[in-house]
Design a protein around this ligand. Structure first.
Ligand SMILES: NC(=O)c1ccc[n+]([C@@H]2O[C@H](COP(=O)([O-])OP(=O)(O)OC[C@H]3O[C@@H](n4cnc5c(N)ncnc54)[C@H](O)[C@@H]3O)[C@@H](O)[C@H]2O)c1
Length: 419
């Protein structure tokens, strides 16, 4: 695919669709591949995984080429960009391999494990003149972009606070060893905090100055961070709080008209929790049941009909991820069933938000626009490095019970995307 690193290509030079290679056909791939399929801007051409069953399923579905290593995938000349969805501890290594092969990269969250890894990824992309987009966070959704537009319009005055709450069943879902091991990027801070941090940073302009937080590890069957409460401060003093729990009791979708990314019904949560406590769930098998190409779906793997209904629901409302309220001098904004509620001096109005909200479609469009017209990537490497820094500061602040000052923050330079 021809790329436009500096000047924009005109319509006549518009490239063929981006040839996309997938690194890691796990659970994450089942979430973004349907969105990529819907995108007019990409074609799924190849994949790499260690599991032969996943590669067979991929070849059967997409007629694409399959490889047992990311290096081989990156050597495929039909691949323009690699979507890296391997486990967290490999994001840096696999991004470096892709960049050295001249491939653009879409890396799922979290970007990596440390700021140092993120720095190496950014430098590799810059050195090889490839684009690096760190996606699959809910901050990319049109809802959040619409919130940015209202904030930037100034109609409600100055931003005075952002508060975001997310209660999920992350810990109840099937989790393999690396997902519970902080040294390999396990636990809810690495896995889910990027959604909240990215959202807050997008709405507040990007540059946070400090973090004070507490992290909890309160589920013996899941010995990893399971909840956190964090107070973040922007450079201009604007406060933000992010509150997360993954223990699967209360679920914030109860407060958002039932819309959310909840996996289990209430009854299924009880069943799964009891089975977890009795040690009756084989997490490896259950996780396998959720991955690309899996044939079997038991309750632990799929949450049965409830998950199917949720999946259908989140297609239209993918921007929903807990409750985020942005407060201004003269009003508040939050997500509504059809877009946004704006609360001002004259009462509440709803702004409809349209467009494909699906993960996959959004990242491909942002990458495509960057390559074709030179549009800036919002969630680029430097942006995601700053988000990762905040996540790591949350853990450190909890451990040391003090405020942590941040040193790698960057400002948001792009205007909000149009609806
Ligand atoms: N599970 C989710 O709901 C979800 C959602 C969004 C993003 N993510 C992110 O996606 C990533 C993967 O998470 P997951 O839940 O899909 O895990 P997973 O274990 O289901 O998938 C990882 C896949 O990578 C493969 N893999 C492992 N090492 C490899 C290697 N060296 N080379 C090639 N393939 C390799 C595995 O065989 C597996 O198919 C994580 O970074 C996670 O944060 C997960």
């Amino acid at each position: 695919m021809a790329t436009a690193s500096d000047p924009a290509l005109d319509e006549a030079q518009a490239p063929r669709r981006l040839g996309l290679g997938i690194a890691g056909l796990g659970v994450a791939s089942t979430l973004f591949l349907p969105g990529v399929e819907r995108s007019p801007h990409a074609e799924i051409v190849a994949a790499a995984d260690l599991r032969g069953s996943a590669l067979e399923a991929f070849a059967a579905k997409y007629r694409g080429r399959t490889y047992s290593s990311v290096a081989e995938l990156c050597a495929d000349p039909a691949v323009d960009a690699i979507w890296i969805a391997t486990p967290n501890q490999f994001h840096c290594e696999h991004t470096l391999i892709a960049a050295e092969h001249g491939k653009h990269v879409i890396c799922t969250k979290p970007m990596a494990l440390t700021v140092e890894e993120c720095e190496r990824m950014c430098l590799a992309a810059e050195r090889n003149k490839v684009k690096l987009l760190c996606g699959q966070t809910y901050s990319m959704s049109p809802d959040i972009q619409a919130m940015r537009r209202v904030a930037a319009s100034g109609e409600l005055g100055r931003l005075i606070a952002i508060n975001s709450w997310l209660y999920t069943d992350w810990l109840l879902k099937p989790r393999v060893a690396e997902e519970l091991d902080e040294a390999r990027g396990g636990g809810v801070v690495y896995r889910h905090a990027p959604h909240l941090i990215d959202t807050v940073r997008l709405l507040g302009g990007g540059r946070l100055s400090s973090v004070r937080a507490t992290v909890g590890r309160w589920m013996p069957e899941r010995p990893c961070p399971g909840n956190f409460s964090a107070y973040l401060e922007f450079e201009d003093g604007t406060p933000a709080t992010i509150v997360y729990s993954g223990y699967g009791y209360f679920d914030t979708s109860e407060l958002t008209w039932g819309i959310g990314n909840r996996m289990y019904s209430d009854a299924e949560r009880q069943t799964v929790r009891r089975a977890l406590r009795r040690g009756e769930i084989n997490s490896e098998d259950a996780k396998e049941g959720m991955r690309f190409g899996a044939a079997v779906a038991d309750t632990a793997s799929r949450g049965s009909a409830h998950a199917a209904a949720q999946t259908a629901g989140t297609r239209a409302h993918i921007g929903w991820f807990g409750i985020t309220v942005a407060s201004f001098e003269r009003g508040d904004i939050r997500q509504s069933p059809n877009g946004l509620y704006v609360y001002g001096d004259d009462g509440r109005r709803e702004i409809p938000v349209h467009g494909d909200r699906g993960t996959g479609t959004l990242e491909i469009k942002e990458m495509h626009d960057a390559l074709v017209s030179g549009a800036p990537i919002i969630h680029d490497g430097r942006w995601a490095m700053a988000t990762l820094e905040v996540g790591n500061a949350i853990v450190r602040s909890g451990r040391e019970r003090r405020e942590i000052l941040l040193a790698h923050q960057c400002a948001l330079t792009t205007p909000p995307a149009e609806n």
